[in-house]
Structures are given as structure tokens and as C-alpha cells.
Design a binder for this molecule. Structure first.
Ligand code: HEM
Length: 337
């Protein structure tokens, strides 16, 4: 009995020592992690690294404002500040360089048979009005849009903060308001010229023969050749795309979330710079690239020999339609026609 009592006392003593030893551990080790400021900071840092996101609760009515940083936002910012500037710079400077080299090599495409001194109406007053309205809006939209992409790094250091702010504000108004006549113009262009812009077999032949621009050939063409048809479809589809994505940006979060707003901005900007490059090519051909072309949209009438060399099938159609015999009266047609 005495031995059993002694064993019991040893066990109780050992347990008491164990409890005391546990009780003697550092204070921090006993505290729950939620109240330890250092431990929670570590968790926040880990969380940020894992999710790449800083968001919380806020009292602003627009709850999207409570997300301060998120991965897609950072990717978008990188696109806008870096990638887009590279794409835009390369595409626009690239097309200008290609056209300069092409011009130095080929020079202006001349009316080979010389001017006849007689003209034929190519575009009526309404067509020219629609063209110039859309073109004017396009140029202002392009310059005011490029200001959003390149203004800060290129223009701000040159003109100073005050002038840049005033100009950017006006540019933004112009971009917003001219979008409406531009959209109407693209829609009218779609309607008035669709009939002449459906691709056909003549276009393949025209393309195979380099359109008469690369060499000195005059492949047959109706009212619009394959090159002009490409421009038409770039304007209709590109114009449609910048209009849809542009209105998504102008009226944010109407049926869109942050992801689709970012997609709209990326598509708008990329289509816009490609569109600008295509229009620089179009302006080149319409001015210094080809003799007699500007008159078509200037006065609306082109020289008969120009029409014969570049749009012989259209000239034939017009001769039949108007009952004149213009195509026969001038025997300067090249063998290709
Ligand atoms: C219906 C037609 C259009 C609408 C509604 C529209 C609308 C917009 C809007 C709302 C923005 C964002 C502006 C901002 O961030 O404050 C924008 C940006 C831009 N737009 Fe347009 N736009 C149109 C046509 C065009 C055209 C025709 C071009 C080019 C020729 C163009 C080029 C640009 C460019 C380069 C940007 C800047 C992209 C960036 O750096 O974020 N836009 N547009």
C-alpha cells in the first residue's frame, strides 16, 4: 500500500512538472495567429503573391473601385503602356517607310497614253460628300486617338503640361463627338458602294498581274479594282469594328464587365492602328502614287485615258449605259485591255 502511494505521488509530481513546463513557453507562441500583427502581415503578403490582387471593402457606390490591383489590370496596363506603343509605332512608321521606298523605286504611276483632255464622271456630289465627311472624321479620330496612346511620351515633353492638358481635353471631345458622323459615313459607304465591291474573277487576274501598280501593266477592272475593293472592306469591317468597340468604351459597363472593357480597348486600339496604316496606303495611291486619281474624289471626273488604263471594263459599261462610244473613239488602249 505504501509502495502504491509512493508511485502515485511520483506520477502526480511528474504531471505537475509537465504542466508547468508547458506554461513556461513564450507568450507569442500561445496567441492565436489572427491577433498577431506580424503573422497576419505575412499572410497578406503571401496572399498577394498567390492571387496578385489587392481588394477590400469600401463605401463607394461602384464596388469595382474596391479592387485596387488585379493581375488582368496589370497585364492591360502593360499592353497599353508598352505593347500597344510598339505595335502602333512599328505599323505606322513601317508603312511610311515601305511607301517611301516604293515611291523612290516606282515613282508616280503615270497616265501612259497621256491626258485626253476629255473627262468622265466617276463620283457624284453625294458620293464625294460621304467620302470627305468620313475621311475628315477619320483623320481627326486617328490623331485624337493616337494622342491617347503616344501623347504622354511624345507630346507632353515638347509642349508642356498645360498645353498638353488643354489639347488632350479637346482631342477627347473631338474623338467622342466625331464618332457619330464617322459611323454614319461608314454605313453610307457600305450602302452606296457595295454593288461595285463584291469580289469576282477579274480581281484574281488583277492581283496576279500586280494591279498595274508594281509593274507597268494595265489589267482589266470594273468600277473598283481588287485593291480598291480591299480598301472598301477594310473601311466597312474595320470601321464597324472600331465603332462597336469604341461605343463599348464610351458607354462603360453597359452590359460589360472589366474583362470585356479591356478586350474592347485592346481590339479598338489594335484595329485602329492597322486601319490607320491601311488608310495611309490609300492616301498615298490617291495623291502622289498615281497621276489623275485625286480628281476622282476632287472634282468627281477623271480623264478618259485614266479610266481606260485603270478601269477599262467600267468605261465600257458607262459607254453602253450612256450610249456614248468613248471606248472606241480613243484607240490608245493597251494590249492587256
Ligand atoms: C465610332 C467610332 C469611334 C468611337 C466611338 C471611338 C471611341 C473611343 C473611345 C471611347 C476611346 C477611349 C478613350 C479614352 O481612353 O479616354 C478611344 C480610343 C482610341 N481610339 Fe477611338 N473611337 C472611334 C473611332 C476611331 C477611329 C476611326 C480611330 C483611328 C483611325 C480610333 C483610334 C483610337 C485610338 C488609337 C485610341 C487610343 C487607344 C489607347 O491608346 O487606349 N478610334 N476611341
Amino acid at each position: 500500500m505504501t509502495v502504491a502511494l509512493a508511485k502515485f505521488r511520483v506520477i502526480v509530481g511528474a504531471l505537475t512538472l509537465l504542466v508547468m513546463a508547458l506554461g513556461a513557453q513564450p507568450v507569442s507562441a500561445q496567441q492565436p495567429t489572427s491577433v498577431n500583427p506580424q503573422a497576419s502581415a505575412v499572410k497578406e503578403e503571401q496572399l498577394f503573391q498567390e492571387l496578385n490582387r489587392i481588394s477590400g471593402r469600401c463605401t463607394l457606390p461602384d464596388q469595382k473601385a474596391c479592387t485596387i490591383e488585379q493581375p488582368a489590370g496589370r497585364d492591360w496596363r502593360h499592353f497599353h503602356e508598352v505593347t500597344l506603343r510598339w505595335i502602333g509605332g512599328l505599323v505606322i512608321i513601317g508603312i511610311l517607310a515601305v511607301l517611301l521606298v516604293f515611291y523612290l523605286w516606282r515613282g508616280m504611276v503615270r497616265i501612259e497614253s497621256g491626258r485626253s483632255g476629255r473627262t468622265i464622271v466617276r463620283f457624284n456630289a453625294f458620293e464625294r460628300f460621304v467620302h470627305w465627311m468620313t475621311a475628315t472624321c477619320f483623320i481627326i479620330l486617328a490623331l485624337s486617338g493616337l494622342n491617347i496612346t503616344f501623347g504622354r511620351p511624345l507630346l507632353l515633353p515638347l509642349i508642356g503640361a498645360d498645353t498638353f492638358t488643354a489639347w488632350s481635353q479637346w482631342a477627347k471631345y473631338a474623338h467622342n463627338y466625331l464618332s457619330f458622323p464617322f459611323t454614319i459615313g461608314v454605313f453610307l459607304i457600305f450602302l452606296i458602294w457595295i454593288a461595285g465591291n463584291i469580289p469576282n474573277r477579274v480581281d484574281l487576274e488583277w492581283l496576279k498581274r500586280g494591279g498595274g501598280i508594281v509593274g507597268h501593266d494595265h489589267p482589266p477592272a470594273y468600277r473598283f479594282n481588287a485593291g480598291q475593293k480591299m480598301i472598301y472592306w477594310i473601311v466597312v469591317l474595320g470601321g464597324g469594328a472600331v465603332a462597336v468597340t469604341g461605343y463599348m468604351l464610351m458607354f462603360p459597363f453597359y452590359g460589360t464587365d472589366i474583362a470585356s472593357m479591356q478586350a474592347a480597348q485592346i481590339s479598338h486600339a489594335v484595329v485602329a492602328v492597322l486601319f490607320i496604316a491601311a488608310m495611309i496606303g490609300h492616301i498615298y495611291i490617291g495623291t502622289v502614287g498615281m497621276e489623275g486619281a485625286f480628281e476622282a474624289m476632287g472634282s468627281g471626273a477623271v480623264d478618259l485615258n485614266w479610266a481606260r488604263e485603270h478601269h477599262n471594263l467600267w468605261l465600257e459599261e458607262e459607254s453602253v449605259r450612256t450610249g456614248s462610244n468613248e471606248t472606241r473613239r480613243q484607240p490608245a488602249a493597251t494590249p492587256a485591255e
